[in-house]
Design a protein around this ligand. Structure first.
Ligand code: NCD
Length: 330
């Protein structure tokens, strides 16, 4: 643990495990090993069950939240997580009322924030590569809270944590991903993290215009992960009975380079009781939220609608991650 990370009040090692995340940038799930993820999960489990208390472990530390894109869950859960660990939070949430609106560059914003003595920067930005760029700009750890359509690693951590806690395992899980797989950033991160587990099977369920990007397919192929694409409505129905989990995404309207393309796919899928009738009764339903019209509210009352619990899991996961990245004991 670098000495610069040892400020704040320490708790004894809650798990007695080596902290492999101390001082690291969390930019891509490609950089996270199974052990890294499991360390976060074990700490988050302890936080959830009340056996591990991280309060005040970040006392005297400063966390900057720079959000140059809309956010509800990610911003609020990082904010609450950092505050409940005792950190001071500096935030830029609404770019319209910060100097970004006056044309300040990301580089200048980061340099200025760094000058205020922050210990960690959490960044959400519309550009691919933005988090990596900031990590190269600053000496403090950077956590990617969403970099354009590229990645959203902390969402993937809470997604896999949810699968693990509800299904009881990740190895061998059969996961259907339905919706806008092309512009979603949660999908690539989730796939990269799942690639660390054994025997996972992924079913990409989307019309051709919304199918998963080639870069994700290549990564999965290189790692020997089994995946299959279902493009037509009939194929989607056919794979439904095989699934343990159905992960739904919203059409990322704001990322379509061509609005006419968006009009062509708008409303092309909806998860409702009818579609779910093709799946197993215990099929877990997940969604990173926000939803628009792709996930019917009638699904909310099902016991296997996991998405609100999934969103709640953002808090223990982000508490655990901030604690570890800022050098807390594992
Ligand atoms: C996701 C995101 O921002 O990529 N939301 C989130 O962080 N929970 C998904 C989305 O916006 O559709």
């Amino acid at each position: 643990m670098p000495s610069s990370l040892s400020g704040g009040r320490e708790v004894g090692a809650p798990l007695g495990l080596k902290n492999t995340l101390a001082g690291r940038d969390i930019i891509s799930c490609k950089d996270l090993s199974r052990e890294d993820a499991e360390l976060v999960f074990r700490l988050a489990e302890g936080v959830n069950s009340g056996t591990i208390h991280l309060e005040d472990t970040l006392a005297g530390r400063r966390v900057a939240l720079i959000f140059v894109e809309p956010s509800t869950r990610t911003f609020q859960s990082f904010y609450v997580a950092a505050r409940s660990l005792g950190a001071e939070v500096l935030s830029i949430h609404d770019p319209a009322v910060s100097s970004i609106a006056k044309g300040e560059t990301l580089y200048d914003t980061v340099k200025m924030i760094e000058g205020y003595g922050v210990d960690c920067i959490v960044l959400r930005h519309p550009a691919r590569g933005s988090a990596r760029f900031v990590a190269e700009t600053t000496s403090v750890p950077v956590i990617n809270a969403g970099s354009g359509s590229q990645e959203h690693p902390t969402q993937a951590l809470l997604d896999v944590f949810t699968i693990k806690s509800r299904l009881g395992r990740v190895d061998g899980a059969k996961i259907g991903m339905l919706g806008d797989l092309r512009y979603s950033r949660t999908i690539p991160s989730l796939c990269y993290l799942l690639a660390n587990y054994n025997g996972v099977e992924i079913f990409f369920m989307a019309p051709p215009l919304l199918q998963v990007r080639r870069e994700v397919e290549l990564y999965l192929s290189e790692r020997g992960v089994t995946y299959r694409k279902a493009m037509a409505a009939d194929e989607i129905k056919e794979v439904m009975p095989d699934l343990d989990v159905l992960y739904v995404t919203r059409i990322q309207k704001e990322r379509f380079p061509d609005p006419t393309e968006y009009e062509r796919v708008r409303g092309s899928y909806v998860v409702d009781a009818k579609l779910l009738s093709y799946g197993r009764r215990d099929l877990g339903i997940m969604h990173p939220l926000p939803r628009v019209d792709e996930l019917s509210p009638e699904v909310d009352k099902l016991p296997n609608a996991w998405y609100f619990e999934q969103a709640r899991n953002g808090l223990p996961i982000r508490k655990a991650l901030l604690h570890l990245v800022l050098g807390g004991a594992g």
